[in-house]
Design a protein around this ligand. Structure first.
Ligand SMILES: *[C@@H]1O[C@H](CO)[C@@H](O)[C@H](O)[C@H]1NC(C)=O
Ligand SMILES: *[C@@H]1O[C@H](CO)[C@@H](O)[C@H](O)[C@H]1NC(C)=O
Ligand SMILES: *[C@@H]1O[C@H](CO)[C@@H](O)[C@H](O)[C@H]1NC(C)=O
Ligand SMILES: *[C@@H]1O[C@H](CO)[C@@H](O)[C@H](O)[C@H]1NC(C)=O
Ligand SMILES: *[C@@H]1O[C@H](CO)[C@@H](O)[C@H](O)[C@H]1NC(C)=O
Ligand SMILES: *[C@@H]1O[C@H](CO)[C@@H](O)[C@H](O)[C@H]1NC(C)=O
Ligand SMILES: *[C@@H]1O[C@H](CO)[C@@H](O)[C@H](O)[C@H]1NC(C)=O
Ligand SMILES: *[C@@H]1O[C@H](CO)[C@@H](O)[C@H](O)[C@H]1NC(C)=O
Length: 375
């Protein structure tokens, strides 16, 4: 009897405990369902916690939330504890302008249906390669002005290359100091249609950028491009649906841009072709590329430059030699003076001798004598 009662007591205890748990969970659910986090505004399924000087993501959002704005705060890191409650309905997360420095592993693990993620205007220095779940539905990733400097971008580039972002359609990498994109940077993003690389100090477009099959919009404005090589132009031409933005680059209008100019004048792919201008040479600066004639494209510019520099160099060398010569003269001024005096004296002696001889010669009485003495 005793063991039975004990077991019954245990059972009861268990039943009581689980009842309590249910109650608590229900309470938590009802609370989280209806409570808006401190310093946030909630309307329908959108929560906005903007410019509140928050130093962490608010801990509990209503579980029915679809859109979250936690922007303009002072949140230096996010990690897997930032979203402790699963938010199955959340599709949009905006974390712009938070001075974010670190994005930890598995941050977004509890947000399985995220479609749009905005991490723009931060100062990210560490980005975990496991920040995004392996299975995700992300379609828009905004990393505009997100990174402290380009050495902090390696992790995110490997996330892009990992092959996990299969649904990504729009990628904004603008206003980052990228300089050069690794080969294949986007080749794993098989649904990508829109890339912005505006103002990212890009100096050349590698093949990898174009390996994305469905690419439709490529924004390369305000970079450091001087010319597009023929291979790149050929690949652009292979994608008839591609639209390009290319203004604000320092195009160099010499003979090497000839191919590109021909392509540009015939292409319908460059949306802002009217706005492309030459940055060099000086004679063509600010000239719209479309108005440049092929005959104006010269490579003499560089030769002239070389000649100019060699003339300047020659001038400098001559000046140096002159200065050294003057210096030598100056340092030897005593010797030179002496030398001049010597010459003068010698001259005088000579002249005197001559004068004397002349006098002798001119004296007819002494002529014979002089002839005799000369012989
Ligand atoms: C932001 O947070 C840091 C500490 O994380 C603090 O030193 C800084 O003063 C805060 N800035 C503002 C504007 O509140
Ligand atoms: C990314 O964010 C910036 C600024 O926060 C915004 O101007 C830009 O339009 C956004 N890009 C996309 C693709 O939504
Ligand atoms: C990038 O920032 C880090 C941290 O501030 C710094 O140590 C590194 O030298 C910077 N790299 C470049 C290329 O500026
Ligand atoms: C261009 O990007 C740099 C960062 O690489 C940023 O500091 C600058 O403000 C951006 N310029 C514009 C006009 O947005
Ligand atoms: C791509 O981005 C540009 C500018 O950011 C925008 O105008 C365009 O509508 C976007 N296209 C798609 C398909 O999202
Ligand atoms: C670019 O890639 C294509 C094939 O995708 C290749 O034929 C071509 O040689 C490559 N060009 C350069 C400059 O690497
Ligand atoms: C100009 O473009 C058309 C297609 O838009 C193409 O058929 C034609 O060959 C091009 N002409 C030149 C000179 O590239
Ligand atoms: C060309 O530049 C002007 C002035 O910067 C701008 O207003 C216009 O929208 C640009 N045109 C295109 C097609 O981008």
């Amino acid at each position: 009897m005793r063991p039975l009662s004990t077991s019954r007591g245990c059972k009861r205890g268990g039943a009581y405990k689980s009842g309590m748990m249910h109650l608590l969970v229900l309470l938590a659910l009802t609370l989280s369902c209806h409570c808006c986090p401190d310093r946030c505004l909630c309307s329908s399924q959108t929560v906005k916690c903007q410019n509140q000087d928050l130093d962490a993501i608010p801990s509990s959002f209503p579980t029915t939330t679809k859109i979250i704005f936690v922007t303009g705060n002072n949140i230096s890191y996010i990690n897997k504890d930032s979203f402790p409650i699963r938010l199955d309905m959340l599709t949009d997360l905006y974390l712009s302008g938070n001075e974010l420095e670190s994005v930890g592993a598995m941050v977004f693990e509890n947000l399985p249906n995220l479609v749009r993620l905005d991490l723009s205007n931060n100062n990210i220095q560490a980005f975990s390669e496991r920040a995004l779940p392996v299975e995700n539905t992300l379609q828009v990733l905004n990393l505009s002005r997100s990174f402290h400097n380009h050495s902090c971008m390696d992790a995110v580039l490997s996330v892009l290359q990992s092959g996990n972002l299969l649904m990504l359609k729009v990628l904004d990498l603008s206003n980052n100091d990228l300089v050069i994109l690794p080969d294949d940077a986007f080749s794993s993003l098989s649904n990508l249609v829109n890339i912005s690389l505006q103002n990212s100090t890009i100096i050349s477009v590698l093949n990898g950028t174009l390996k994305v099959p469905p690419l439709r919009d490529l924004d390369l404005r305000d970079n450091s491009l001087r010319v597009l090589p023929t291979t790149t132009l050929a690949e652009f031409s292979l994608k008839p649906d591609l639209s390009l933005w290319l203004a604000g680059n320092p195009w160099r209008c010499d003979c090497f841009i000839e191919e590109m100019l021909l392509w540009l004048k015939n292409s319908t792919q460059v949306m802002d072709s009217q706005n492309l201008t030459c940055a060099s040479p000086e004679a063509l600066r600010h000239q719209p590329l479309l108005q440049v004639e092929l005959s104006q494209l010269k490579c003499l510019g560089e030769m002239e430059g070389v000649l100019e520099t060699s003339y300047v160099f020659l001038g400098l060398v001559l000046a140096l030699i002159g200065v050294i010569f003057l210096l030598v003269l100056y340092l030897n001024r005593k010797g030179i003076k002496r030398w001049i005096y010597n010459i003068r004296d010698a001259c005088r002696d000579h002249m005197e001798g001559y004068h004397y001889r002349y006098e002798i010669n001119s004296d007819p009485r002494l002529a014979n004598l002089s002839i005799n003495s000369d012989v």
